[in-house]
Design a binder for this molecule. Sequence first.
Ligand code: MN
Length: 703
Amino acid sequence: MRQYELIDSVTSYKPDADQKLLEKAYIYGTKMHGRQLRASGDPYFSHPIEVAGILAELKLDTTTVVCALLHDTIEDTSATIKDIEKNFGKEVAKLVDGVTKLTLLEGNLESSKQAENFRKLLLASASDIRILLIKLADRLHNMRTLHYIKDQSKRKRISLETLDIYAPLAGRIGMQEIKEELEDLSFSHIEPKIRDIITERLKVSKRKKSKTVVLIDKELNKLFKDNNLNCEVSGRVKKPYSVWKKLEIQQKSLDQLSDIFGFRICVETVSQCYQVLGILHGKWQAIPGRFKDYISTPKKNGYQSIHTTIIGPKNQRVEVQIRTLKMNEMCERGLAAHWVYKDQDDIGNDYLASIEWINDLVDILNRDGATEEFLENTKLELFLDQIYCFTPKGTLVALPRDATALDFAYAVHTDLGNFCSSVKINGADKRRRTKLQNGDEVEVVKSKTPVALESLQEFVKTGKAKSAIIRSIKEKQTHNQRLIGKAIIKSVFSSHRKKPTRDILERSFGPLKVNSLAKLYKLVGDGSASGSKVYDLVFPNNNRKKRIKNYIDENISIPIMGLYSDMPAKFADNTFLVPGDKIVGIIIPDNGITIFPVSSDELLAYEKSPESWIKLDWKKNIEFTFVARIIVTLINEVGVLNSITSTIADYGGNISNLILNEKDSDFYNLIIDINVNDNKHISDIVDSLEGLPVLESVKRFIG
Ligand code: MN
């Protein structure tokens, strides 16, 4: 194709096209591709010209045609995106960049199993529908010239890729003609012999049928003329590939298929379509079950037509498709056609809306008037709800939008998620919570041990990752509780110079209703049973010193002076007061006296009613222990717990509850409730714990 031919082609449908820009792109492309040659021996630039020609045939806008001329310059010549932008403007540069990116993605495809996802990736990556159209035209021309490539396996590979990816993609955006041509070209390289046989048979059967075809054609035309209908009647030519597919699907031989005649009838309006249908069914018998109305209910890709099969003249089965001329053009050229019709009212938004994924485009279309503006704003927001990323080996992983690298790891394998310590995205170190983009290559860095996932729970999007994290946290919690339980038991026993051997501990199984050491440890670790209780159960007649009672356990009056005997009293909720702590009482009407630590923030509420305050003090020589709560942050190391529990035991503290509140992989928080005599007792314990190197911090929680 020559320069002037291309320009003639564009100006034939767009008289005001920017010819200068087309010429400039033509010259730029010629210069940049220089002496590069195609496999055919032609100058390389013949390829972009032909691609531009295909797009001009589809009547696309000048920008698209210009981009087609430049589409291989970034990938194959010294040109840069900046050069393109400088010479041809931002829009052209953006499209050329988009095409180049799609080309680069192609290299990543691993196998045809991934085809569906890869098609979606291409759709989603093309930020502008024109990028996709250029890519399809590019592939179409490469397929038309594929026979020049000598390497047979390469031809087959490219053909399979075309069949898997590009033909369905063309079908998806409604470009039936391009789809069929891509299929047939691929077929000719993948199964050349079968295709030859089918082509030959089609020729023979066409000759055999030609008399009948002429007859049917004549009858149909006469019929419509009698009814004053202006119709275009055409016999349908079957493509070898579609015949082959039909043979495969229906397990039939060629002869069984060849007796069917196909006709297409095109009219002006939708109502005429139904008129034609009425006339046909009135004249000839319709075969039941073969009637399909894709006009009132279009196919997902927007296809519209009426299909019916009748017993025609001479008792032949005749397949008939009835549609308007516009539907026909839409069917053949798909999305490309709808720009041409955009200005005409009757193309119908219903039609466009019927293509599910085009809804976004329709929105834009409804908002904007001008075609140019429409093109510019046509972001291809397809499959907005999904993204597609690669493993380093090229496997494509589909994820919901906003999914993170951790979701990716879980999508590949649950273990990969549980052991994912960090990630590399496109080669760069990133956080696990990083949101992924289409086409990202994600490498998961595995740790040797399961990682802490608590802080990441809110950063995953997929159900798989969420439930796996919850499961993993639970398992780890149980594991930690067992460790803690074991440490508590050990420390209690060692304070009585006893060893908690399996034989000894088994004696507590019955009373505690457990059947294994693991369950016993868990019971103590989650606070359901104390270490002392286990000790008392296995040594019922122990000679350990008589334990003092704990205030909480006993139903006794509060050992505090200053309370009124006629008024109920209680400690404020969520306080952990022990004798010696500074306290104050607040009289709450109808509620008695509530005892607060003097440091409590809640006291602020009573500042303005001094009459409610009463002075309180602990009694002397209290015989009960009280529960003090401490919060420790410690380095996450096995064995740390032992030193904590034994330190507490050394000071005569009795751990009554231990709650693990894990933070991240390096540190965790532990809430420890200890039975102590008074505030000096708990201060001594806190002081000695502060001396442990494994502790990051320790503080008392009073309330
Ligand atoms: Mn190309």
